[in-house]
Design a protein around this ligand. Structure first.
Ligand code: SAH
Ligand code: DHB
Ligand code: MG
Length: 227
């Protein structure tokens, strides 16, 4: 286990495959300058979000947890022409940074950042019949991860891709007796996904500049279909 090696490999991959452009670099700089925590997806993860959005032909993308809009930029770049991202963020300061970064990236027209507790804004989206979303990226408070998965299914359709960040946490997910609400919530999310009749899923461990973590990747399946 050598985190400095993981970071050097990420740098190698970024230099060859994910050369960040000015808008992404500016977004990272502005987020740091505004004092946001350094927890955005990495460039290789962001590029994977863009590729998965493109592979899904996504026209409607839902993100839970905008922070400074770094992952949001990648998702929006993966949209089909005329598509839209709705990104949900609790903290108005984070949302303001995200909106400025999206504007600078030329993506203001195809992204809406909605401020509020996601459980409230998700309920509002359901009332407004804003779905169905083609892709949902869950990356907010980990204690409510299971609720967000259930909302993603409600706001999705058969074939919707659901991606959940931070499901391994350096192996802390194994701590069955943890009192940490993030770990309790993550373990509950695995239970919900495992038992859900409309989800087929896997999870992949990752290492890189953010250490050892992982993504859960799920697809909404037709009622009665085998997982
Ligand atoms: N997806 C971002 C990182 C998100 S960090 C990226 O990769 O660039 C998690 C974000 O979730 C933080 O901005 C935090 O303010 C937000 N958050 C925390 N609790 C929330 C809640 N209840 N509803 C909506 N957003 C929440
Ligand atoms: C944290 C949150 C994240 O979404 C992440 O990717 C890494 C760390 C955190 O709250 O510590
Ligand atoms: Mg995350």
């Amino acid at each position: 286990m050598d985190p400095t090696l993981w970071t050097r490999v990420d740098e190698f991959l970024e230099a060859r495959l994910v050369r960040g452009d000015e808008a992404l670099q500016a977004a990272a700089r502005a987020s740091a300058a505004a004092g946001l925590p350094d927890i955005a997806v990495t460039p290789t993860q962001g590029k994977l979000l863009q590729l998965l959005a493109q592979l899904s032909g996504a026209r409607r993308i839902l993100e839970i947890g905008s922070l400074g809009g770094f992952s949001t930029i990648w998702l929006a770049r993966g949209l089909e022409t005329g598509g839209h991202v709705i990104s949900l963020e609790l903290d108005p300061g984070h949302a303001a940074v995200a909106r400025a970064n999206l504007e600078h990236a030329g993506l203001a027209q195809c992204v809406t950042v909605r401020v509020g507790a996601a459980l409230d804004t998700l309920a509002a989206l359901a009332t407004e019949r804003a779905g169905p979303f083609d892709l949902v990226f869950i990356d907010a408070d980990k204690g409510r991860m299971a609720d967000y998965v259930e909302w993603a299914v409600r706001l999705g359709r058969t074939g919707t891709l659901i991606i959940v960040d931070n499901v391994v946490r350096a192996g802390d997910v194994l701590e069955a007796r943890s009192a940490d609400e993030a770990i309790v919530g993550t373990r509950r999310a695995f239970d919900v996904v495992a038992a859900h009749p409309r989800l087929s899923a896997t999870a992949i461990q990752t290492v890189g500049r953010k250490g050892h973590d992982g993504w859960l990747v799920a697809r909404i399946i037709a009622p009665g279909a085998p997982a």
